[in-house]
Design a protein around this ligand. Structure first.
Ligand SMILES: [Zn+2]
Length: 98
């Protein structure tokens, strides 16, 4: 019996669903205003495997604190441009949400 992909109905060795999913993965970044007018830069849509190391890298580049919450990175401060440049350089599909 051949394994059939549930998504496209093709045999698993012909299926490209996973490749497409990776190419279509879009990282969204946006800035939200928290209490007392504090800005937080949110990065979402990241792979769980890379989120920890990326959070560390971004905290270093932006020289600010940050946390990982619900699968997204929250950086203290408004760092839209810096984060975008860093992710662009890493080959991510980045979308800035305003
Ligand atoms: Zn498929």
């Amino acid at each position: 019996m051949t394994d059939i992909c549930e998504k496209c109905g093709l045999p698993k060795d012909l299926c490209v669903c996973e490749d497409i999913a990776r190419e279509q993965q879009r990282v969204k970044i946006f800035v939200v205003k928290r209490r007392y007018g504090k800005l937080v830069t949110v990065i979402e849509g990241l792979d769980r495997k890379t989120i920890t190391s990326l959070a560390k890298k971004l905290k270093g580049i932006c020289a600010s604190g940050g946390t990982i919450k619900n699968g997204r990175i929250e950086l203290q401060g408004g760092h839209l441009e810096t984060v975008k440049k860093c992710l662009d350089g890493g080959g991510y599909q980045v979308e800035v949400v305003k």
